[in-house]
Design a protein around this ligand. Structure first.
Ligand code: NAG
Ligand code: NAG
Ligand code: NAG
Ligand code: NAG
Length: 514
């Protein structure tokens, strides 16, 4: 007996248009409403989408009744810090008498649980507004003035494509795919981080600088990894660097990962360029550790080179001596205290009193006493800058001044915010300047870091140079070679000089044909 199974695809709660007696359309939510994980009302509203939980489970489908809600588990501390930083910046501006004086700012932060599927629901909810208010008149206005997120390029693409037709500005703190620079496709997308165009080319220069002309290349099979690697390969060819192999895998493909490990094991290249998201790097690290493949020189990207989650008692054998580009650390006064103290006092006390069920975010309480990651706050400063960028653009649209206040009666359209964001240029409290270039991105500034052991034997990401695209030619890229510690603790780069032997006929052929 064969049976036809209809696959139902839910794309978030949509709005249906009905008609009241006087023919004014009335909005109604189709499906159950989606609630933010953290929220507070204000005149100006900023949305946020992060993967605060990283696992999603769908109860088995019966096909006879409406599917039950997806459940999210496994808290991602790093992403949770982003949400906290967002609230920190909003509260700071809310209190400021210079920026948006007398305007209260609120937020709606959604958890996408690491899935583009939930992400879609969150975006819909952000655009629709308060979904409890069923039967409202359709205002045609977005519920938020801007959305901050997401962390990964692929989910940011979903977000920007969905909000694009409504011209709602999206500002990402960490999506670096060069593909997001296409202004025609993503006209309302901004980021407080640079496109990988610079990082990929700088990687090729770094490899060339040390005379490593025979390298392996591995990337995440994602928008981030594929685009970044493609630019690196083109730049490497220009620099005369030969690539022995290029392999890729995705976190959902364990068999492919095994193949990659086999390729690494059999290859002769001692230097590996890893254009990987930290999830894939973590998978690769586990396998290399298991197979005792150690002592290779890893060259890394901003996504994993300073990821605390990669530091385990055994990982230094594999990744010690790694060299790569990191997002610069920024010291934002007051943030640390907020993350480990103030946040809990304000956010979770009130939660228990409201009717919003506290149960769903109960597991977050376990993070309350977790404070040993606050030293590696790199992306958090990008969140901070993104919130300030929104505030500065609204400040100018609403023609605010300290003495006159703001014209808060003006109805701000999302496109006005987009146009204003393109013009902002301001300085945050640590002295850093913020503006967006004509692709909506921040200027490329990286720290070059090296995995070393500190005097207390802990793993440290030691700064050994920088790359700053805003400086004149000849000063952009600086390396302090004498500070670098190489794999297996050697302090000279020339352990790799023998890899030059491989610039032979076969290498030239590979370069020639690629
Ligand atoms: C912003 O300030 C107003 C007025 O002081 C206050 O009621 C509101 O709770 C504040 N909002 C946030 C997000 O701090
Ligand atoms: C890896 O090395 C450890 C210690 O040196 C050894 O005990 C283990 O058997 C090795 N594993 C493999 C797969 O070679
Ligand atoms: C950060 O800045 C604050 C005040 O501006 C200062 O007291 C603190 O020492 C700085 N921390 C670091 C790590 O530079
Ligand atoms: C802001 O609000 C406070 C309290 O309502 C008021 O005293 C002050 O004059 C207002 N400032 C401006 C610039 O409107």
């Amino acid at each position: 007996m064969s049976r036809v199974i209809t696959l139902l695809v839910f794309i978030g709660p949509l709005l249906a248009f009905g008609s009241s007696e006087d023919e004014t359309p009335i909005c109604q939510i189709l499906g159950s409403p989606e609630f933010p994980l953290l929220s507070k009302e204000g005149v100006v509203m900023i949305g946020g989408a992060f993967s605060i939980h990283s696992k999603i489970t769908q109860p088995p489908l019966s096909f006879t009744e409406k599917p039950t809600r997806l459940t999210c588990s496994s808290v991602n501390l790093r992403e949770f810090r982003f949400a906290q930083t967002m609230i920190f910046a909003i509260e700071e501006i809310n209190k400021s008498e210079f920026l948006l004086p007398n305007i209260s700012i609120g937020y709606r932060i959604y958890d996408n649980c690491g899935s583009t599927f939930t992400s879609m629901r969150a975006v819909m909810a952000l655009m629709n507004g308060d979904e409890r208010a069923v039967g409202k008149r359709c205002s045609g206005q977005s519920a938020v003035h801007a959305i901050i997120g997401e962390s990964e390029s692929s989910s940011t693409i979903v977000l920007s494509r969905t909000t694009g037709p409504f011209k709602i500005p999206v500002i990402s703190h960490s999506a670096t795919c060069e593909c997001l620079s296409k202004r025609k496709e993503y006209p309302s997308f901004f980021r407080t981080i640079a496109s990988d165009l610079y990082q990929s080319r700088a990687l090729a220069q770094l490899v060339k600088h040390f005379g490593w002309t025979w390298v392996g290349a591995i990337n995440s099979d994602s928008d981030y990894g594929n685009n970044g690697m493609a630019i690196f390969l083109a730049a490497a060819q220009e620099e005369g660097v030969c690539v022995e192999y290029t392999e890729k895998f995705h976190r959902t493909e364990p068999e492919k990962l095994m193949k990659v490990v086999e390729v690494i094991r059999k290859s002769t290249a001692r230097v590996i360029v890893g254009f990987l998201a930290h999830v894939e790097m973590n998978d690769l690290l586990e396998q290399l550790s298991l197979h005792n493949i150690t002592g290779l020189q890893f060259i890394g990207v901003e996504a994993w080179i300073t990821a605390d989650s990669l530091v385990t008692p055994t990982s230094f054998r594999v990744l010690g001596g790694s060299l790569g580009f990191a997002v610069q650390k920024a010291n934002i006064s007051g943030l640390e205290d907020f993350l480990i103290k103030d946040f809990w006092e304000t956010e979770f006390n009130c939660k228990e009193k409201t009717e919003t069920p506290c149960k769903e975010s109960q597991d977050l309480m376990e993070l309350k006493d977790y404070d040993d990651d606050v030293t590696e706050l790199r992306y958090s400063s990008n969140i901070y800058k993104a919130i300030y960028a929104v505030a500065h653009s609204l400040h100018s649209i609403l023609k605010c001044s300290k003495s006159q206040g703001c014209e808060n009666t003006v109805n701000v359209t999302p496109w006005q915010v987009v146009e204003s964001l393109q013009q902002v240029h301001f300085t945050i409290k640590n002295g850093e300047q913020v503006w967006f270039d004509n692709t909506g991105a921040a200027v490329a500034r990286y720290e070059v870091v090296n995995w070393q052991r500190g005097s207390d034997d802990s793993v440290q990401f030691k700064p050994v140079g920088y790359y700053d695209a805003s400086l004149p030619l000849g000063q952009k890229f600086v390396l302090k070679t004498e500070d670098i510690v190489w794999p297996r603790g050697k302090t000279e780069a020339n352990i790799f000089i023998d890899s030059n032997i491989y610039i032979d006929v076969s290498c030239l052929t590979i370069c020639y044909f690629e």
